[in-house]
Design a protein around this ligand. Structure first.
Ligand SMILES: C=C(O[C@@H]1C=C(C(=O)O)C=C[C@H]1O)C(=O)O
Length: 403
């Protein structure tokens, strides 16, 4: 049975979210909070039935779920998670509605006390990985870029996206919801998320990149997002791009079109490329849309998810060779960085985003992740600087929380 209840409260959005977040953490339950691009509504799902499994068997099961998907870069490792929407909240400045589909969820909701306001300084930690994590050495990253260029020149790769980690000390009173609040106020067109799962850990991010989206009119959407430069206040229409970035982004567009061809889909609309702003950065973006009804392709989102992930924007081309290169050369585990995340069949919304501009929150420490697309024209030093700028998307909002 479904319960929908409207509660009008004087609390701010973040006070309401803090009550819900703290209750989930205290009860050792998985929780995801997100704000979709250009929206003022915040959504939350909590899986309240502890005995229920959060793991999916394979990527093939993603689109039939009802809940929040959290998938790693390497989906072969069977680490794809779905936090069920058994208890879902939709929060705006003036309302907080909930939908509970089990008695456990209803009971849990009744225990929430919106009159007691606290900070959210506790969150779930992973089982492993509590040992001190060190940032990727610049030399290691630069070597990977050089090695990537060598493989491109030799013909085994067309594009490669090496990544790095950056470890930051957090203050002991670091409050993830506070940072989540700052990110959502500043990055209106990003997908902002905070996921906290017992034994897996806590991740936060502000990603600009849609992987798969289906709207109420059955329009399927994906994007080719690549090419990066610093935003310095210029008008988006006046921004110019170098040949290297234009080609790098065109490769991602071609990758998507080739995937459509593979399933013999010819009827798609293509918009762009155009310049978009993602926080402190600018990218080139081409959008692709397909009318699933007209083309009679109800299974398109699932098929395309399997064909696209990991895209050439975060992995490289050809995909298998690029994956091999990254597995052999990257010294860190990407974990959920450059995986995908988002709601599937939650309040009529199915949107998966690429997990970029994200960080893993450990005790007193945040690990930021960033990568950069390398082509034959890449300059290793510039690629390193690009990853630093990508880390700044989150770091700019962490400054007051650093030791
Ligand atoms: C890999 C990242 O971003 C991707 C790579 C880009 C590039 O190489 O220019 C741009 C946008 C994203 O598709 C990241 O943010 O870590």
């Amino acid at each position: 049975m479904e319960t929908i209840q409207e509660t009008s409260m004087a609390n701010t959005i973040f006070e309401k979210m803090a009550v819900i977040f703290n209750a989930a953490i205290e009860a050792k339950l998985p929780i995801a909070i997100w704000r979709s691009p250009n929206s003022n509504t915040f959504n939350t799902v909590i899986q309240t039935t502890k005995s229920d499994n959060i793991w999916l068997n394979s990527i093939e099961d993603v689109m039939k779920q009802e809940g929040f998907i959290f998938a790693p870069f390497n989906t072969d490792s069977r680490k794809i998670i779905c936090i069920s929407s058994e208890l879902a909240y939709e929060i705006t400045e003036s309302t907080c509605t909930h939908n509970a589909t089990s008695s456990v969820a209803r009971e849990f909701h009744k225990t929430l006390d919106f009159s007691s306001l606290k900070n959210s300084i506790k969150y779930h930690f992973p089982n492993k990985g509590q040992e001190k994590h060190h940032s990727t050495y610049k030399e290691t990253f630069i070597n990977n870029v050089k090695n990537g260029i060598k493989n491109i020149n030799e013909g085994s790769l067309t594009k490669i996206v090496p990544s790095k980690t950056k470890s930051i000390q957090l203050r002991s009173d670091f409050d993830p919801l506070n940072t989540f609040h700052n990110l959502s106020s500043s990055y209106s067109n990003a997908f902002i998320s905070l996921i906290s799962i017992p034994e897996i850990g806590t991740w936060m991010g502000a990603t600009p990149e849609i992987l798969i989206q289906v709207n109420q009119n059955h329009i399927f959407k994906t994007v080719a997002l690549a090419g990066t430069q610093l935003y310095t206040g210029q008008k988006l229409g006046d921004v110019s791009w170098k040949q290297k970035e234009i080609e790098e982004q065109a490769l991602v567009s071609r990758y998507i079109i080739n995937r459509f061809k593979k399933i013999r889909l010819r009827e798609f609309d293509e918009y762009g490329p155009k310049t978009i702003k993602a926080g402190n950065l600018l990218h080139l973006k081409t959008s692709f849309e397909v009318d699933m009804k007209e083309t009679e392709r109800p299974d398109l989102p699932q098929k395309m998810l399997e064909l696209l992930h990991p895209t050439s924007a975060v992995c490289g081309m050809p995909r298998e060779e690029a994956l091999k290169f990254l597995n052999n050369n990257e010294k860190h585990d990407r974990k959920y960085f450059s995986g995908f995340l988002g709601p599937i069949n939650v309040q009529d919304n199915s949107s998966l985003f690429v997990n970029l501009r994200c960080m893993e929150l450990l005790e007193g420490q945040a690990i930021l992740y960033a990568g950069a697309g390398v082509t034959e024209d890449s300059d290793p030093e510039s690629e390193w600087n690009e990853t630093e700028q990508k880390c700044n998307t989150l770091l700019n909002y962490l400054q007051t929380n650093l030791d």
